[in-house]
Design a protein around this ligand. Structure first.
Ligand SMILES: C[S@@+](CC[C@H](N)C(=O)[O-])C[C@H]1O[C@@H](n2cnc3c(N)ncnc32)[C@H](O)[C@@H]1O
Length: 243
């Protein structure tokens, strides 16, 4: 499926204020990402965070890592308000993470729950932005993510598996940590599940606004196929070092 950055931007702009209280899995991912990164290194001169959103990962970085300069990026301008509340002198690049050209080389590029939106990951770009020996640490989702939604509607992102990520990165990077886990969320009703997806910006999969009948149809089919109303998250934590 092709992902349109404009649509992602619109959906996240709508959900940003509600994001942190709803994004419980993304919070777990951020915690794991930081603890695995801190096992390798805790002090950096320049850190670049991609897709900073409402600052969920920024907060954890500020608590666990030491740095001289902080650079952040998001498609959404408003993200910089969240980042600057946490790191007041941060420099913010608004735009597509795959295209930004920072003014300095980085020692850590880090990103939580954003790489899944990239159809193609340009590893040369990250290699060029990093100082030699610099780390790239990110979390994403594997093809098992939201398997219930895929089975019911056929909608899914082109999620990359851990093996695919290893293959993509091994040319320019030494892979230091690659981990996949599953987290199943339970909901009282399919409607509650839809609200959860909306509040975490995940309904960027489709531009279509569902009619009342389509929502009802989805809910009926969901309860029938998954009577426990589960939603499977399948996160990946991936950390590599520039060769
Ligand atoms: C799931 S949120 C994660 C936010 C934050 N990293 C966290 O830890 O919760 C994804 C964020 O990535 C941003 N985003 C998505 N695609 C992007 C892109 N191509 N370039 C920059 N930001 C992007 C969205 O606007 C959103 O704020």
């Amino acid at each position: 499926m092709q992902i349109n950055p404009k649509l992602i931007k619109t959906q996240f702009e709508k959900s940003l204020d509600k994001y942190n209280e709803n994004a419980s899995v993304q919070r777990i991912m951020a915690e794991k990402l930081i603890s695995e990164t801190a096992k390798l290194q805790t002090e950096f001169k320049n850190i670049l965070e991609l897709g900073s959103g409402a600052g969920l990962l920024t907060e954890k970085i500020a608590k666990s890592l030491k740095f001289d300069n902080y650079f952040a990026n998001d498609l959404i301008e408003k993200s910089q308000n969240y980042v600057k509340n946490i790191v007041p002198d941060a420099m913010f690049y608004c735009g597509n993470a795959q295209k930004i050209k920072p003014s300095q080389k980085m020692d850590l590029i880090i990103s939580n729950a954003m790489f899944q939106w990239f159809k193609k990951i340009d590893t040369d770009n990250y290699k060029n932005i990093l100082n030699s020996g610099g780390l790239l640490a990110f979390s994403s989702f594997s093809p098992q993510n939201f398997k219930e939604i895929r089975e019911l509607t056929g909608l899914t992102l082109e999620y990359k598996s851990v093996d695919e990520l290893q293959y993509i990165f091994e040319k320019n990077f030494e892979v230091l940590h690659a981990e996949e886990f599953v987290h199943i969320m339970n909901f009282a009703t399919p409607l509650e599940l839809l609200a959860h997806m909306k509040n975490t910006g995940v309904n960027s999969l489709t531009t279509e606004h569902w009619t009342f009948r389509e929502v009802k149809d989805f809910c009926d089919k969901y309860s029938k196929k998954f009577p426990k109303i589960t939603l499977t998250y399948a996160p990946i934590i991936f950390i590599c070092r520039k060769k």
